[in-house]
Design a protein around this ligand. Structure first.
Ligand SMILES: Nc1nc2c(c(=O)[nH]1)N[C@H]1C(S)=C(S)[C@@H](COP(=O)(O)O)O[C@H]1N2
Ligand SMILES: [Mo]
Length: 150
């Protein structure tokens, strides 16, 4: 456990809720968000079959539409980058018309790394094309950065 008698040497790590988990960037404007700030935004929740996990899971998170509004690039294609260097483009026509989300809860619990968390892009059950090969790259796990697509 942590030894609070020696705070300078043994400070516990920042509470997870206070760590920056997502950065929204648009040109020179940079908006880092902690988990607490992300969870304070309007949320969406729905059940869908995760394309790579092949499991029906109820996800909760923030609609990409709302994150794009926050970044000031609503209506533009998005680039979502992940902690492992992967990045993918999400079409504006998809995220503006359907509640594609950045999920932080799966079946009511934080999403473990093995389930592609802590932040994972999730697409709704319909339209069906969201669950076909064309869209497999849209299911970005370990997401950490959102920008307008170049
Ligand atoms: N973070 C992250 N998410 C990712 C990827 C990746 O490499 N890293 N690959 C994408 C692509 S191109 C595909 S096809 C699927 C692959 O998922 P799987 O390896 O679990 O089958 O995840 C998508 N999400
Ligand atoms: Mo892929």
């Amino acid at each position: 456990m942590f030894d609070y008698a020696h705070p300078a040497r043994t400070m516990p790590p920042a509470l997870p809720a206070e760590a920056v988990v997502l950065t929204i960037e648009n040109g020179s404007v940079r908006r880092p968000l902690t988990l607490r700030q992300l969870k304070a935004l309007p949320s969406v929740r729905y059940r869908t079959n995760h394309m790579q996990l092949h499991q029906d899971i109820t996800y909760e998170g923030v609609a990409l539409r709302d994150l794009a509004i926050l970044g000031g690039f609503s209506g533009q294609n998005l680039r979502i980058a992940a902690a492992n260097g992967f990045a993918s483009t999400i079409q504006a026509s998809d995220y503006m018309n359907y509640p594609i989300m950045l999920a932080y809860l799966a079946d009511g619990k934080p999403i473990p790394t093995l389930k592609k968390g802590p932040l994972s892009v999730v697409l709704p059950a319909r339209p069906e094309r969201f669950h076909t090969g064309t869209y497999s790259a849209a299911w970005v796990w370990f997401a950490e950065r959102i920008t307008p697509a170049p």
